[in-house]
Write a protein that binds this ligand. Structure first.
Ligand code: SAM
Length: 299
């Protein structure tokens, strides 16, 4: 399934990262990611108890999932959609801990879908499908999307084009929800500190070109503008320090597994991931990047 597919009903062309670019990052190797992510392979910012130095990545990831599940009022729901489901930690948590009957996940990564198919959990379903092509047979009670929005508008678009691309996403979500239904969305956002040294600029360019090609971090104002007259904002928090700690933990775990990681993906890819994770700790600490967790309610 190509991420550039035009929607058959509206003819809208997809403005986000192509499936090829998504696979460039996420299909590196499932075994590689398992070396440094938490035990349930969640690959997005955790929700830490920042006062507790002994808090663990595993606990912080579960806390994050529960926070978004609560925000979306997804517990006990019949049908929940996860847009950008990764390796499926949210899908599993929804059905195993929160009594959801059917949790449907969308991803553009074949490796993630294969891994999910191998661990098939009753009540979960994964589709290698762009949200733009998704045509559910029934509406959903709640929608959650964690760390996928950064891929929904590619590099080089104007602000107006990005807002239009994000608006398409909000319109689709609205059409799949009842009035009052909720969408919990977590995404990186641009930080408000625009003063950068040369190394920061170099590292950001490296990440755009080598790590997440065709993706662009949205400005918070773009996300909000795109949702206007479709959703009310119920809550919004910026957790940049939580992503700094998450990336620091991933970097340290990766370094501790250096030999195994190099065996999985080779020296060059190892070095790229080490540089990206290490630089990103600083980007969040210095507020060149932010992390937004938002809950929207369909109007
Ligand atoms: C950083 S991962 C996050 C995975 C998961 N939500 C988590 O927290 O671990 C981004 C996910 O978004 C998916 N994705 C990106 N663009 C997409 C699109 N247009 N349609 C569906 N999934 C998409 C990727 O395939 C990947 O699974």
């Amino acid at each position: 399934m190509s991420a550039t597919t035009a929607d058959p009903r509206s003819g809208a062309a997809y403005q986000g990262a192509t499936a090829e670019s998504i696979r460039h990052h996420y299909d590196v190797s499932n075994d590689f990611y398992a070396l440094w992510l938490d035990d349930d392979l969640t690959y997005t910012c955790a929700l830490w108890d920042l006062q507790d130095p002994a808090d663990t990545l595993e606990a912080a990831q579960r806390r994050k999932l529960d926070h978004l599940i609560e925000g979306a009022r997804a517990a006990g729901a019949r049908r929940v959609l996860d847009v950008g489901c990764g390796w499926g930690s949210l899908l599993r948590r929804l059905v195993q801990e929160h009594g959801v009957q059917r949790a449907v996940g969308l991803t553009l990564s074949d490796s993630q879908a294969e891994s999910l198919a191998r661990r098939a959990v009753p009540g979960t379903e994964v589709r290698v499908e762009n949200w733009l092509d998704h045509q559910p047979e029934e509406p959903y009670d709640a929608i959650i999307s964690i760390g996928a929005f950064e891929h929904f508008a590619r590099q080089g678009l104007s602000r107006a084009e990005r807002v239009a691309a994000y608006r398409e996403f909000f319109e689709r979500c609205r059409a799949w929800l009842p009035a009052g239904g909720r969408l919990a969305l977590q995404t990186n956002i641009k930080g408000n500190n625009v003063r950068m040294d040369k190394q920061t600029v170099r590292d950001l360019l490296f990440i755009i070109e080598m790590i997440f090609p065709e993706s662009e971090i949205p400005a918070l104002s773009e996300v909000l503008e795109a949702s206007e007259k479709i959703f009310d904002v119920v809550s919004l928090r910026n957790d940049a320090d939580h992503y700094a700690r998450t990336c620091r933990e991933w970097r340290d775990r990766l370094r501790a597994q250096r030999a195994a990681a190099v065996e999985c993906v080779g020296e060059e890819t190892y070095a790229h991931f080490d540089r990206y994770l290490n630089a990103t700790v600083g980007h969040f600490r210095n507020r060149h990047l932010g992390l937004s967790r938002m809950v929207f309610e369909a109007v």
